[in-house]
Ligand binder design. Structure first.
Ligand code: SAM
Length: 361
């Protein structure tokens, strides 16, 4: 069955990598990447073919939503004819019965039909409006889908997401609910990471059961929670200069098992011996958050030098920053043992941020 994973703009590739490594490969047939689509500033969509149910997809952590793709259309005309193509694709698509059944199994319902709403998105130059796309899809559902379907504005049983990217339509049924995106985190601070982004960063540290993991500026603890969720570890340590952050972190990690230590500390002077730590991930303060941009280069230099000191050779360091040039200057000046690896640009609330990978030489 064709599924779609939805994630933060820029994370599509990393969400696919997670799916590729974590989804069961059954009788030798693992998931297959069908395509990556960008809805600029909003989302990345990963289209993948996966045999079997939705459960392992719903357990992926660098995606925020999972969909079953009910219908697709290609070479959709940018005018009225396009709307007729969309109507036909959604009304008569071959995969509709199977995907509606998949949605029913995931939602735990046996009822034939119910209420639905359409979320319509368009990318590209069409002569029709987004709401025309929504109407074409809604008409096709009411006219042709198995069972009786009634459109509502809110609180629908079924959400149908119709995305037209240039000339290609992806019409998909939402299988996940809000818990996949929010992970039940209790307390949020203004600079808190979205869990899917934290999970993607954690995957880049190459989690290992023997890991001693550190987040030196852990805020509300999102990276710590995602490291704990990523599999076995030896120890997790998180700290922050702010006592408000420390109490949010402690609250959010309450009930998570294993050796997890949280402290109030200064990331420029960490309580670890040289080479004692295997993995570090951090969301560094950006200019707007700390309010004193002039001090950032100094803070980056001193904390990078400390991270290079505590990491063992071969250890991994993954950082999220607003301006990778400031990070690179700090590395070149004070932490040359951190060898730069790939970078990944993401969009967060209209701003770009960059995930930077390093390996300790
Ligand atoms: C961008 S936030 C981290 C957010 C965190 N990843 C989360 O999801 O909640 C940066 C954090 O760095 C902390 N911080 C700033 N300077 C620090 C320092 N010298 N030592 C330790 N923490 C520091 C701030 O208090 C803030 O909580």
């Amino acid at each position: 069955m064709l599924y779609a994973l939805q994630t933060i703009p820029g994370l599509g590739e990393l969400a696919w990598r997670e799916a590729e490594t974590h989804l069961p490969s059954g009788d030798g047939a693992g998931p297959r990447l069908v395509g990556l689509r960008a809805i600029p500033g909003r989302n990345d969509l990963v289209l993948l073919d996966h045999r079997g149910g939705a459960k392992p997809l719903l357990a992926l952590r660098s995606s925020e939503d999972v969909f079953a793709v009910a219908a697709r259309a290609f070479r959709v005309a940018p005018d009225e004819r396009g709307l007729r193509q969309i109507y036909a694709a959604v009304r008569y698509g071959e995969a509709i019965t199977a995907t509606v059944d998949q949605w029913k199994r995931t939602a735990g319902t046996r009822q034939q039909g119910g209420t639905f709403r359409v979320i319509a998105r368009t990318v590209g130059k069409q002569k029709f409006q987004r709401r025309d796309l929504g109407r074409a899809v809604a008409d096709a559902i009411k006219d042709g889908w198995p069972g009786r379907w009634r459109m509502v504005e809110d609180e629908a049983n079924l959400e149908v997401w119709a995305t037209l990217v240039d000339q290609e339509l992806v019409c998909a049924l939402r299988l996940s609910d809000v818990t996949m995106r929010q992970r039940g985190k209790l307390r949020h601070l203004p600079a808190s990471l979205r869990p899917a982004l934290a999970a993607a960063m954690i995957n880049l540290t190459d989690p290992d059961p023997d890991d001693v993991f550190v987040d030196p500026m852990a805020g509300a603890g999102t990276l710590l929670l995602e490291r704990a969720a990523a599999g076995k570890f030896a120890e997790i340590h998180g700290g922050d200069v702010s006592s408000e952050a420390l109490s949010a972190m402690q609250e959010n990690l309450r009930g998570v098992g294993g050796k997890i230590h949280m402290s109030r500390w200064d990331a420029r002077n960490l309580p670890f011996d040289d080479g004692e730590v295997d993995k570090v991930a951090v969301n560094l303060p950006f200019g707007k958050q700390v309010g004193a941009e002039a001090r950032l280069p100094e803070l980056y230099r001193e904390s990078l030098s400390e991270i290079a000191r505590i990491l063992r050779p071969g250890g991994r360091f993954v950082a999220l920053v607003g301006d990778p040039r400031t990070l690179e200057s700090a590395r070149a000046a004070a932490a040359r043992a951190l060898r730069p690896g790939p970078r990944h640009r993401v969009m967060l609330l209209g701003h770009t941020a960059t995930i930077c990978e390093f390996t300790r030489a």
